[in-house]
Write a protein that binds this ligand. Structure first.
Ligand SMILES: C[S@@+](CC[C@H](N)C(=O)[O-])C[C@H]1O[C@@H](n2cnc3c(N)ncnc32)[C@H](O)[C@@H]1O
Length: 277
């Protein structure tokens, strides 16, 4: 049974209004049963982030703090938890997500599931040795999530984060332009907004790296399913009426982008490796 989170008073922000959290939660909850089948992009991005974390910890002058807690923030169905456990077998894993339906799929012996919000973590200050978050930050307000890292990491604790950036899925924008529609994607913060949020705090180490990650799909349906896997269906409400021909026209528009490796879909990702002083 997942634990309910208790919100803390929220901080003021002047940034873009975030997508309603209930829509993000619902978009992921709907796909809970199939989340692990359509996450090829997330696994590729997680592998990049794990490699960067391994290198950063190996090169660090200050060891991980003594506190036993590691957090997977926005853990989804927990695909990274076994890899975290393998790397840090003596630590205790906390698995936090906004969608209870996803947490319900976690093996109970692996981690403590917690229903919670990345912008208001239900943990005391300076409790975490590692804050891990893969592809979960894109619907949040940068200053709020970074502030929560700074508050909850113990001194010398590490944060390893991958973020889907504005400019991701240009192919979808092209295909929807053929339909005469904007792509149904939630607006995402850009790289500058994330860098600025991190620059507002002192760090012992801070590495921010931009990765362009192309994926290729055999069919338009597989491509669109993979997008649902990253919650891109958590879009603002549309007033458009349902049009029966739209799926066919969309598939044809995506087909026209096909290259020698399949239908392309490009991610723009920012990875952050940061150690608190
Ligand atoms: C694309 S999935 C990634 C899941 C997992 N990290 C992985 O790599 O497979 C993003 C996850 O972030 C969660 N999420 C999004 N916004 C959140 C928020 N404000 N608080 C907590 N979880 C959130 C979603 O419910 C979803 O499970």
């Amino acid at each position: 049974m997942a634990t309910r989170w208790q919100p803390r008073p929220n901080a003021e922000t002047t940034e873009l209004p975030a997508l309603p959290k209930a829509r993000v939660r619902a978009a992921f909850g709907r796909h809970a049963r199939h989340a692990a089948q359509h996450d090829v992009a997330q696994r590729k991005i997680a592998a990049t982030l794990f490699a960067a974390l391994d290198a950063a910890i190996a090169a660090a002058e200050a060891p991980l703090p003594q506190t036993p807690w590691l957090l997977d923030a926005g853990c989804g169905v927990g695909r990274d938890l076994p890899h975290l456990k393998a790397r840090f077998p003596h630590h205790r894993l906390l698995a936090l997500d906004a969608a209870p339906a996803l947490l319900a799929t976690l093996p109970p012996e692996l981690a403590t599931p917690i229903v919670g919000d990345l912008e208001q973590l239900p943990f005391p200050t300076q409790t975490l040795a590692l804050y891990w978050s893969n592809c979960a930050w894109q619907w949040t307000t940068p200053v709020l999530v970074v502030q929560e890292i700074v508050r909850t990491l113990a001194p010398n604790g590490w944060a390893a984060i991958s973020i889907v950036l504005a400019g991701t899925f240009p192919e979808l924008a092209t295909a929807f332009a053929e339909l005469g529609e904007p792509p149904p994607l939630a607006p995402l913060p850009d790289e500058a907004a994330w860098r600025q949020a991190f620059a507002g705090h002192p760090w012992r180490t801070l590495h921010a790296t931009h990765h362009t990650i192309p994926l290729f799909f055999a069919t338009p349906q597989e491509l669109l399913a993979s997008i649902r896997g990253v919650g891109a269906t958590a879009t603002p409400k549309t007033t458009k009426r349902f049009d029966r021909t739209r799926p066919r026209r969309l598939a044809a528009a995506l087909e026209r982008l096909r290259g020698p490796h399949g239908i392309p879909l490009t991610y723009q990702i920012l990875t952050i490796l940061a150690q608190r002083p």
